[in-house]
Ligand binder design. Structure first.
Ligand code: GLN
Length: 255
């Protein structure tokens, strides 16, 4: 609004605002007083060192999700030309963070919301990330038989009757990006069930989930045939990311 930095504000603390600037400030303050999240009022949020645009069409990226990016980067060598898929990309946070740090990777980022994809595409342009391709798709539906070395997702995983959905920032975020059936696992079940046919042999599926869902997510991955299943905690010490691997080994061709 004033387009000045914090140092300017401190050195001009006794200045009087112009009436139109004052009115704009009051309008923003009123939005905040109604509970609107700061990220939507400011139009942006920092994630993994990237300044991302966010709108009410996208979930606000959480610090917890940076753990998922860290786990993915830990398994993608910096000079490897891997194919990565981000399911439900929203503002593009995870896809863009991986793409920015692994310029040799090719990332496909899908979302079922075209409005969210517009935001994600704008973020890619602003951040000058060109190794992400955006696709309108409900989970794997538009991907046909394409296979990936790494599939990541921060899907909706909150129980649909969870009281948190009607509290704080969550009231303003897209409910489709937050809640997923009675136990919160509807979308995670779908993703895991379809993951094997979209993973290359030895490819990894990496999912963010709720603090109390690690065991059930691990069981679902095992039932689907994934191996080397592991759960990683976030910085708050909560189980947050569970990963599993496609056990198939590329077989030699004999003719
Ligand atoms: N971790 C988020 C929260 O509890 C939820 C994000 C999600 O559903 N993927 O606010």
């Amino acid at each position: 609004m004033l387009n000045v930095n914090r140092a300017w504000l401190i050195t001009h603390e006794n200045d009087t605002l112009q009436p139109d600037t004052q009115a704009k400030f009051e309008a923003l303050l009123a939005r905040r007083l109604r509970g609107e999240p700061m990220a939507y009022i400011l139009g942006g949020r920092e994630f993994y060192g990237l300044a991302l645009q966010v709108t009410p069409d996208t979930l606000i990226p959480r610090p917890d999700t940076e753990m998922l990016v860290g786990v993915a980067l830990g398994r993608i060598l910096s000079d490897h030309q891997v194919d990565v898929l981000d399911l439900g990309t929203g503002s593009g946070a995870i896809a863009l963070a991986i793409a920015k740090h692994r310029p040799h990777a090719h990332v496909v980022a899908v979302d079922a919301s075209s409005a969210a994809l517009e935001v994600a595409k704008k973020n890619a342009t602003t951040l000058q990330v060109s190794n992400v391709q955006f696709v309108l798709s409900s989970w794997f539906s538009a991907l046909e038989t394409q296979r990936f070395d790494v599939i990541v997702s921060n899907p909706p995983y909150i129980e649909q009757n969870d009281a948190h959905l009607s509290q704080g920032d969550l009231r303003f975020e897209p409910v489709k990006a937050l809640a997923s059936g009675t136990d919160g696992l509807d979308d995670i079940r779908r993703i895991i069930a379809d993951s094997l046919v979209h993973l290359v042999p030895q490819g990894w599926l990496m999912l963010e989930h709720g603090y109390n869902q690690a065991r059930r997510v691990a069981d679902l991955m095992a039932d689907a045939g994934l191996v080397e299943i592991e759960t990683v905690q976030d910085l708050g010490g909560n189980d947050r990311v569970t990963i599993g691997k496609n056990p198939l080994i590329i077989s030699a061709h004999w003719s």
